[in-house]
Design a protein around this ligand. Sequence first.
Ligand code: AMP
Ligand code: MG
Length: 487
Amino acid sequence: MRSPKGLHPAPHWSHRYVRLGAPFVTPWQPTPLPAPHWVARSDALARDLGWPDDWAEDSGLLDVLAGNQPWPGSEPCASVYSGHQFGVWAGQLGDGRALGLGEMETPMGPQEFQLKGAGPTPFSRRGDGRAVLRSSIREFLCSEAMHALGIPTTRALAVVGSPAKVLRESIETAAVVTRVAPSFIRFGHFEHFAANDQPEAVAKLVEFGRTQLGLGLHATGPAALALLQDVVDRTALMLAHWQAVGFCHGVMNTDNMSILGLTLDYGPFQFMDAYDSGHICNHTDTQGRYAFARQPRIGHWNLHALGQALMAVVDDADAILALLDPYPTLFQQHWLGQMRAKLGCVQTHAGDSDLIHALLEWMQSDRVDHTIFWRRLSHAVLRWQSGAPVESAFEPVTDLALQRPPLDAWLQRLRQRLIDEPDAGTRMMRHNPKFVLRNHLAELAIRSAQSGDFAMVRDLLEVLQSPYDEHPTHEAWADFPPEWASH
Ligand code: AMP
Ligand code: MG
């Protein structure tokens, strides 16, 4: 094993969160991973981090990101948090299969690095602290895809694979994802110290969020309230993005909610194929708590859990509730903004909400493919606004319909609405992706990776990193899911 030469110039580690020390973090070392190899890397993220193009060559980073060599300057540690899982208090959880390496200064500002799957930590409970190739590829691809869609998310730098066996429902092989984010602090961090009667620790987290992460920095009044107000808004915005793009998270437990409003902890997530507001992507979610249409309300529920935790430092329930109450309105505003953008509109009309709800009603009863519908609609509006006759311009859209009359009526309303939005089509092409990480695409990439061929993971990454471009050589990835995908 080579010792890492590291990046040149060497990164500057700032370690603000690590410096909080106990009880927030516990120094810990990764467990070595046998015979590591690259599965995939995000050069786009490396560029954002200000790294040289050849960052992965000869830098020793393969061994570092496998957990086999220390990264000079890093200070590996695991953090403790608790949380509500499926609406029930779960008590202490913590970084059970993620290990923080610390925080680095980058052109994007300070970024924390985490190795997910680097072996057991003091918070692994009965788990093995490992991640499998399947889940690692899903998290890696989806993080980078969400980022390219303009959706707030943690990022992923690389997946490192290994022949090491891991027992899940069947025997799989181990992998480690390197995750990157300005902070991985979750609602559950605040809940943890509130539940353990450590108000001074909650206050420290608030202070950290405020001064180091800039949460509610410019608001006046008590720091915890300023922070909460900011988190409420960020959460509403994140949920608006998810609903607009048709993303189902699947496990919106409070320990999976980022204080920065970043999409975090990619598990059984799914981009919807056929539109169904009741869609449940997590097969353990028997009650449908995290069904697609419930996500925004769950965001609100989770914010109440955060508000409850902040009661440890601001003993003013009315003030906290007053900050939580605007959430539905904020969500609605962000969501309308997103949906208007999908319709290519810059102006706001009083009837927009009705127009959008009428469309969703049709989409629901027709179970139309979400991504294909919006993309074809974008092309149709573009053709129509470039002078094509209505009938031929919209044919690829109306071809999708099982029930034509309600769609025809709605398209009529849309064209009326777009009369004073002459550039709508052009804008729609930038707001309605051609490519999303459909489950079956992830599945195909995973299957070939499991047999040692990583080409599809890498090609898919490249396509998902510019999801609004045409990528004519990958037309099939923009097509309807195959029959087997629905099982
Ligand atoms: P998740 O369901 O991934 O949000 O994880 C919930 C909690 O279980 C977190 O504390 C994780 O760190 C922990 N956990 C999940 N999988 C494992 C594993 N394989 N080994 C150790 N801890 C795990
Ligand atoms: Mg989690």
